[in-house]
Design a protein around this ligand. Sequence first.
Ligand SMILES: Cc1cc2nc3c(=O)[nH]c(=O)nc-3n(C[C@H](O)[C@H](O)[C@H](O)COP(=O)(O)OP(=O)(O)OC[C@H]3O[C@@H](n4cnc5c(N)ncnc54)[C@H](O)[C@@H]3O)c2cc1C
Length: 454
Amino acid sequence: MSFDFDLFVIGGGSGGVRAARVAAGDTGAKVALAEEDRYGGTCVIRGCVPKKLMVFASEFPEMAAEARAYGWVMPTGDFNWGSFKGKLHAELDRLEGIYRRLLANSGVETFDARAKVVDAHTVELSTGERKTAKHILLAMGGRPVKLDVPGAELAITSNEIFHLDELPGSMLIVGGGYIASEFAGVMNGLGVKTTQFYRGEQILRGFDNETRTLVADEMIRGGIDLQLNTNVVSLERDASGAIRVVDTNGAEHLFDQVMFATGRAPNTDDMGLEEAGVKLGRKGEVVVDDYSQTDVPSIYAVGDVTDRVNLTPVAIREGMAFVDTVFKGTPTKVDHDLIPTAIFTQPEIGTVGMGEEEAAAKGPIEVYATSFRPMRSMFAGSDAKVLMKLIVDANTRVVLGCHIVAPAAGEMIQLAGIAVKMGATKEDFDRTVAVHPTMSEEMVTMKTPTRTAG
Ligand SMILES: Cc1cc2nc3c(=O)[nH]c(=O)nc-3n(C[C@H](O)[C@H](O)[C@H](O)COP(=O)(O)OP(=O)(O)OC[C@H]3O[C@@H](n4cnc5c(N)ncnc54)[C@H](O)[C@@H]3O)c2cc1C
């Protein structure tokens, strides 16, 4: 049977673009890709990249305050959102151009259209055209989901935050995940009076408890009004133009802007998937095996649409493993174990492996943890604290988890992640000479366990 293409990729985000260009570039496969919106996907256009640039923008007032404490005579000055926003979008345009060029240079044929699945080997484009392919790769990513409450249409999501006409005077961010917590830090840093509601006991569920407690405490110390065990009941436009929010404790508040960061859903609606025999899970995610293959042998799926580990480098890995498996004759499972990651809260988290609670539930552990005021900010008179923490298997001595709360923790954990991934023991950490004076030297100088558990 002959097909128009060897591979048709639906979605031009992190996973789809990588898979398409490696399949075409490395193996000479005839590849097509459809993107309904902008190339680069969530990460480049409305996720990691613009977010990190906003994190950078929001950190300057604290740096200016520190500079003054170090003897610099300087005012903080004012933040010009319009000028920043213009530069931000120019940068996103530049990056999108790079993604388009990468695809073109690898010989991938692109369609600026929405695509849906017709059957195991056919996709239909919003232009009405149908294309056939030996393999179809689903890489449609996910989208933010708002709370189902009256007035929800008044709230924005992370998609809109990069397009605000002006910075609000006050803002409510609803949610306790990493996106909500990161944007609370960003808005607070940019001078917006920021409130964060989270319905649970503590933000950043799933992360090590000591780590998330320290971050929450520091966020409050930094000026965020964090209200736990609190959710939104309704929103309505006030006569003054502000948004009146009623919360689950019965209190009423007025905010200039409300953002829901209350979860994400895979983009599988109206895609013809179940009709074609592709199984979907409870959240609508595409169900795949270890090789990213769906129930239909010619259809694979990678990235957020599968709701495994929703991070850009993971989507990219899954895309490459798919190409290895299907186009390079090397069946490759994606290794989802010990993924280092950063949360760009203020302060930042770097984490790899198990948290204390999770590890203790599995067996006996030693915990090595130290929380202290680091030299740079302490000199400037700040009470800000950092945390360095190792979770060690009491029997094998293997480091099961490493958790850092500190400026540049994301940079640190990338490197610590190599050691942890290699199976380093506590003694391997101990025989590594400290880099002095740094914060992370504590990682190799903690001699006695802070506590044992499990
Ligand atoms: C605010 C925010 C911050 C984030 N920060 C980080 C971070 O710091 N680090 C990190 O690793 N990850 C981060 N992420 C997660 C990261 O963005 C995603 O994990 C990653 O983009 C997933 O890649 P993907 O290829 O699966 O999907 P996406 O990047 O979402 O790409 C999917 C693409 O498919 C297109 N599409 C959808 N349906 C169709 C269709 N039917 N036809 C044609 N095209 C279609 C979409 O328009 C989109 O361009 C963040 C996400 C958000 C929302």
